[in-house]
Design a protein. Structure first.
Ligand code: PGA
Length: 265
């Protein structure tokens, strides 16, 4: 049994739920040796940073490696994916129980790469979201509009639809969970919305949640993701409605990832 399990999750469920969070989504990158270096440098770089929670999301096969590497640090562990069944004939999939067994306190749900490349629909995403919560894993629900939807002025409509899909099962859906606003057109492109646009969209997401549950809306952390790097991190992540970032490409570079965490510390 590993001591780390649940420490940060417990922290986040306290009143300081909206403490800043930076999560590194490594996607399908890295190998044993690059990951050992990356985690070593990130944990050295983060040092005594206390008021920003840092979550690493490695490829599933490296979850046990990262679990062992971070066990004496304040870094938390999450997974990029999970299948919403406890066990059974689901070749190639990994369950919430398996993630928990390996100290994952978080899981990404609804990332646009899974929505688009793996055809995950809103019903399935909602199922994963609730299944994670039922098993004590905090889901990080990714939502966001495509470029075409943005150009047609449909951003709010898309976000409302993605949020309400999760609400279908429970009015308390967003208690003890995290939302990441990730405009699809900003992911991996180097493009980002203006900080005030992010601020406005996050306020809208919070309103959507407040319309069902005011307390959950105040407590839920809403992260921004999409081409966050050390240059734009401060201006975007320091907005009052932005509770941190979900960082892809830049999280593979330890120095840059640490700088992003430091700039919102
Ligand atoms: P990016 O990815 O930072 O490389 O744009 C973010 C994400 O997909 O979570």
């Amino acid at each position: 049994m590993f001591v780390k399990q649940g420490i940060f999750a417990a922290l986040l469920s306290e009143e300081d739920m909206r403490k800043k969070i930076v999560a590194g989504n490594w996607k399908m990158n890295g190998n044993s040796s690059s990951i050992k270096c990356l985690v070593h440098e990130v944990s050295l770089g983060l040092g005594q940073i206390d008021n920003v929670g840092c979550i690493l999301l490695p490829p599933t096969i490296y979850v046990p490696l990262v679990r062992d590497l971070i066990k004496d640090t304040k870094i938390s562990l999450g997974a990029q994916n999970m299948f919403p069944k406890e066990e059974g004939a689901f070749t190639g999939e990994v369950s919430a129980l398996m993630l928990k067994d390996n100290c994952c306190d978080y899981v990404l749900v609804g990332h646009s790469e899974r929505r688009i490349l793996f055809h995950e629909d809103e019903k399935f995403i909602a199922e994963k979201f609730h299944h994670a919560k039922e098993h004590g894993i905090i889901p990080i629900l990714c939502i966001g509009e495509t470029l075409a939807e943005r150009q047609e002025g449909q951003t709010k409509e898309v976000l409302a639809r993605q949020i309400s899909a999760v609400y279908k099962k429970s009015e308390n859906a967003f208690e003890n969970s995290i939302v990441a606003y990730e405009p699809v057109w900003a992911i991996g492109t180097g493009l980002t919305p203006e900080p005030n646009e992010v601020q406005e969209v996050h306020a809208y997401i919070r309103e959507l949640i407040a319309s069902k549950n005011k307390e959950a809306a105040e407590k839920v952390s809403i992260l921004y993701g999409g081409s966050v790097n050390k240059k734009n991190a401060h201006s975007i992540l320091s907005m009052s409605n932005v509770d941190g970032g979900l960082v892809g490409g830049a999280s593979l570079n330890a120095a840059q990832f640490v700088e992003i965490v430091q700039c919102i510390n």
